[in-house]
Design a protein around this ligand. Structure first.
Ligand SMILES: [Zn+2]
Length: 419
């Protein structure tokens, strides 16, 4: 059975981790920073050394390309991102790009010409140094000029970073693609489910949607000493009751969904004044949009109950939601068949973090899979996935691509199928 070159993969992973390396063993490569640009140059050089074709699109997304013969109009894409959060770990994103690259190199080394052109992609700005999931958003046509105004770096810095890699706002908006036959991504789990169950691979069946609501409870300011307790309209009593009841409610009725109150503030905000107004930011996540509708209705009902219980008023405003992304059965099945061939155990699970795959799912059958993260640590220099798991993940990428080639090439015109 065909296997990737373990030594080469692990040595590349180590070499890449030296770019933007931090003293504590992590990496610091925010998108289009000098360090990220150095990692991008490294990837381009590696692609040339491997004898693969190189391309960069208008969004700065880099691809290693293994062309089919004759070149197919449609392509199967795999990859992830080389940028990192500030002071992040060496596996998040980087491993996903390198396993896709290694799979293409292995095919080339073995003289295997794929039936469909394959690409190993490095997406620009996955980790939100600029706006997050930017490169994939451009590819699927969801990027707008207004997004640049919401960028986390100012206009001059944005222009400087873009010109450093030869892209512009206009070229980003023109980077849409309609040639993607399928997309697959390997990522570290960033959680502990695989580690605690001892399962090799997590096949992601949905990337959760995210909804957030700004909430304000209003009561009445009063003297914290003289106002009798039974006459107080304490806005924080309502908010506190809500936070705990929402937790119980979501755990009991919406598992594996999650909710969080991550911001809370009281006005006037003094030791000796009963809180008149409490603001809190509520966020909740689930893999099903229908379940999220129910969750939202329930949580709002709970807000009103908690307000009524303490004689408060409550107002709330929702921010634009992130819709859950459902993964493709075709691609999930390809991953699972490949895992079975390699003797890797697998189970389906939700991804609670955002990934480029959620964008790619808008234009092509897409799926992703996880390899274990030791102790679930990520976005942290201590992020770690064992060499053995990196190698398993890479062999799985190789065989998933072979499975996708087998199942999807039949649908292409040059193979007599016709889409
Ligand atoms: Zn990532």
């Amino acid at each position: 059975m065909l296997r990737i070159n373990e030594k080469r993969l692990l040595s590349d992973l180590n070499e890449l981790a030296q770019i933007g390396a931090t003293a504590d063993g992590g990496v610091d490569r925010p998108a289009l920073s000098e360090r990220d640009i150095a990692a991008r140059a490294w990837y381009q050089r590696k692609i040339a050394e491997a004898g693969l074709e190189y391309a960069m699109d208008g969004a700065g997304n880099q691809s290693a390309i293994l062309p089919s013969d004759p070149p197919s109009e449609k392509r199967i894409l795999a990859g992830s991102h080389l940028d990192s959060v500030p002071n992040g770990g060496r596996y998040d994103g980087a491993l996903g790009v390198l396993v896709a690259f290694e799979a293409l190199r292995t095919l080339k080394d073995n003289g295997i010409a794929p039936a469909v052109t394959l690409e190993a992609v490095n997406f620009t700005d996955e980790e939100s140094a600029i706006m997050g999931l930017m490169g994939s958003k451009a590819v699927v046509g969801q990027l707008t000029m207004a997004d640049f105004e919401r960028s986390r770096v100012d206009v001059n810095e944005l222009t400087r970073r873009f010109s450093a890699v030869g892209i512009t706002r206009e070229s980003m908006l023109a980077a849409t693609r309609d040639d993607v036959l399928a997309w697959v991504e390997l990522h570290i789990e960033q959680g502990t489910r695989l580690e605690s169950s001892g399962v090799d691979i997590g096949v992601v069946n949905a990337i959760v949607g995210i909804r957030s609501i700004h909430v304000s409870f209003r009561g009445e300011a009063a003297h914290a000493g003289t106002m009798p307790m039974d006459l107080r309209r304490d806005a924080l009593w309502g908010a506190a009751s809500f936070v705990l009841r929402a937790k119980d409610h979501v755990m009991r009725n919406y598992s594996p969904g999650v909710c969080n109150v991550g911001v809370i503030s009281a006005e006037p905000g003094a030791f000796n004044i009963v809180p008149a107004e409490v603001y809190c930011a509520l966020e909740f996540r689930h893999g099903s949009d229908a379940e999220m509708d129910l969750m939202q209705a329930d949580l709002i009902h709970l807000l009103e109950e908690c307000a009524a219980e303490f004689d408060l008023s409550v107002s709330y405003a929702a921010t634009p939601p992130v819709i859950p992304a459902t993964m493709s059965e075709t691609v999930m099945n390809a991953i699972e068949r490949a895992a079975d061939q390699l003797g890797l155990s697998h189970e389906r699970m939700l991804s609670f973090a955002g990934h480029d795959t959620q964008n790619m799912a808008n234009i092509a059958p897409s799926a992703m899979y996880f390899v274990p993260s030791v102790k679930g640590i990520s976005h942290n220099p201590d992020e770690y996935t064992t060499d053995a798991d990196c190698v398993k993940g890479a062999n799985l990428m190789l065989h998933t691509l072979l499975e996708l080639l087998r199942s999807l090439s039949k649908s292409l015109p040059q193979f007599g199928g016709g889409i």
